[in-house]
Design a protein around this ligand. Sequence first.
Ligand code: DAU
Length: 334
Amino acid sequence: MRYLVTGGLGFIGSAFIRLLVAERPKVEIVNLDAMTYAANPANLASIAENPRYRFIKGDITDPAAVAAAIGEGVDAIVNFAAETHVDRSILDPEAFLRTDILGTHTLLEALRERRIPRYLQVSTDEVYGDVESGESIESSPLRPRSPYSASKAGGDLQVLAYRATYNLPILVTRGSNTYGPYQYPEKLIPLFVTNLIDDASVPLYGDGQQVRDWLHVEDHARGILTVLERGEPGEIYNIGGGNPRTNLEITRRLLAGCGRSFESHVRHVADREGHDRRYAISSSKAHALGWRPTVEFERGLEATIAWYRENESWWRPLKSGEFLAYYQRQYAHR
Ligand code: DAU
């Protein structure tokens, strides 16, 4: 078996590749990654020399790069490649439309031409938009409210349209907020942990009462593998952690884990524009395939804090150059 994994140098994609290498000895992996700012070869340093793994630098919007990565053929494409940070999409939406919509289209065209037997689109619970009460199921309406989530929803709709029109063997997963080692330090948990380690303040948006459902990255990767192997073609599967927490609760836990106080280290800043208050998904379809998250949230969070403490050499170089320019643009005026 040969799988083409796109965006495999990113946070969730690299966890998925590490899982494949560890647990699927008959699978060869081609990783096509454009190496944007959030990609990091260090995420796969532990398996980079494995003979079953091959890396190709290239963009999913480029049909020639996709063709080269498919080569003689692959048994599946798993598309992790995406622009993913909501705040960046508010500052600069164009890259999101390119990668998340046009890139998906390029992969789907390859799927159609090459008759590849399976395609999995890694998507997000953000496509359902703000969920005031209850839980979104896979057939719930899409109500994306940020340029990021609208671009992901656009990708999902392309994938579903190729199913309806060309009867292609596609699957979609919609994951909830993911945390764990190797996450680029722009997102809530790694940003706050690394700031706190450095004795810097953390910028909490608005009243901090927004709710996210937290999923450990290894559980997320395993959920995607379960859907790839056991999902019904044409179907969508929610993959949620089952750990709803307010941002305030997360912040308090991170402060405690890093030995810092709320009064001295929390900076209340202006809310995110169009900020979704709550995401909540039902994952019973994925549960029916035999998948369940296994990492207990409080333990997973503690282990994540410990990982960032022990792996400064991984994240410290990232918090310079491009990141500092972004941080300034994003937070200085708030
Ligand atoms: O729900 C799945 C989605 O989760 C993924 O599709 C996205 O790729 C991923 O970025 C994440 O989106 P969020 O916007 O929920 O994640 P983020 O870590 O940016 O923010 C989590 C919450 O924390 C959100 O309510 C905004 C808040 N926040 C975030 C940052 C970066 C702050 O209060 N301050 C901050 O500085």
